[in-house]
Design a protein around this ligand. Structure first.
Ligand code: TLP
Length: 343
């Protein structure tokens, strides 16, 4: 099987497994795990923030950020197809007790004027705007890179109204690799950021949230409340350290493979590629083939390729560390065979 469902499916490298085995560990709830401490310090340094915290997943990191920044009854502003809104099981409502106000974006980018207009004024009828979230790269916009200039404009608006900005940067290193812009140019336009170690960077588990010392202190407490205070966590932090320090450079390879795949699929009429393929995600519309996404994904599976539906007629294919250029060639010929068999 060639698995292009997501970059979450990457398996830890041999070096990561060895690092887990050899990791120096201690009880992190007592602050005694040297490996996770090293990971957190390194992450804070790379992301240009005062402090960082290791969390179990991207979802947990985003939720801890919302819980730490907001109070129940707040309203948060976020792009209408953002992961926090679309894919986190309603957690911001269930856990933080906040309501969402979504803003339609273009390629994952919110218009700063729309953000400003959505900020609530002083009125007893209104909820307070507690947080603005930006997603970069934007998953449902097909891995689109949200430009630094757009983040800067939104951050400027937010600062004028003293509202914090959180970046769901599950794939922020992909944004940096694709644009050639250092990661800190992105992270300087937000108060807090979440990055995933377990997607294109290949670690088996974990994410990082980073922000001010004060934010991380409160976030640590929220992590504990959520049952995320782990003990000999160095076992999983050790591969995370390798992911963070050795795997970011190679993301461009995934991007080249995604472009190669998109170019191949574009040749296969009547398929349409609907995203700009900035990074490692390719979104294909199969409607002109008279097929639903589910049927197409099933046909792929029967022919040895795993992909995911991304809408009624949209299919997402994601490149990552565990799929090669040769695998992409196989995916293209498999898709071609399915399309030809429909004619
Ligand atoms: N995305 C997953 C699925 O949840 C959809 C995927 O396969 O793409 N932020 C963004 C932008 C994400 O894409 C994801 C995962 C998360 C947060 C959550 O990360 P995890 O899966 O570690 O909770």
């Amino acid at each position: 099987m060639i698995d292009v469902r997501s970059d979450t499916v990457t398996k830890p490298t041999e070096e990561m497994r060895k690092a887990s085995y050899e990791a120096e560990v201690g009880d992190d709830v007592y602050g005694e795990d040297p490996t996770v401490t090293r990971l957190e310090e390194k992450a804070a340094e790379i992301l240009g923030k005062e402090a960082a915290l290791f969390v179990t997943s991207g979802t947990q990191g985003n939720q801890i950020a919302v819980l730490t920044h907001c109070s129940p009854g707040n309203e948060i502003l976020l792009e209408e197809e953002s992961h926090i809104f679309y894919y986190e099981s309603g957690a911001v409502a269930a856990l933080a007790g906040v309501q969402t106000r979504t803003i339609p974006g273009v390629n994952g980018m919110m218009n700063p004027q729309d953000v400003e207009s959505a900020i609530r004024g002083e009125d007893q009828h209104f909820p307070e705007t507690g947080l603005i979230c930006i997603e970069n790269t934007h998953n449902r916009a097909g891995g689109a890179v949200v430009p630094v200039s757009n983040m800067a404009e939104i951050y400027e608006v937010a600062q004028r109204y003293s509202i914090p900005v959180h970046v769901d940067g599950a794939r922020l290193f992909n944004a940096a690799a694709s644009s050639g812009i250092p990661i800190q140019e992105f992270t300087k336009h937000c108060d807090t950021v979440q990055i995933c170690l377990s997607k294109g960077l290949g670690a088996p588990v974990g994410s990082i949230i980073a922000g001010s010392n004060e934010f991380i202190k409160k976030a640590r407490k929220w992590r504990k409340r959520l049952g995320g205070g782990l003990r000999q966590v160095g076992i999983i932090a050790a591969p995370g350290l390798i992911a963070l320090t050795q795997m970011t450079e190679r993301l461009s390879e995934d991007h080249e493979n995604a472009k190669f795949l998109a170019d191949g699929l574009r040749e296969i009429s009547p398929l349409r590629i609907v995203n700009s393929v900035d990074t490692n995600i390719v979104v294909v519309d199969v409607s002109d083939l008279g097929m639903k996404a589910e049927q197409f994904v099933q046909a792929l599976k029967e022919n040895g390729v795993l992909a995911v539906t991304f809408g009624p007629t949209l299919v997402r294919l994601t490149s990552h560390f565990d799929v090669s250029r040769g695998d992409m060639e196989t995916v293209i010929s498999t898709v071609n065979a399915i399309v030809q068999s429909r004619k």
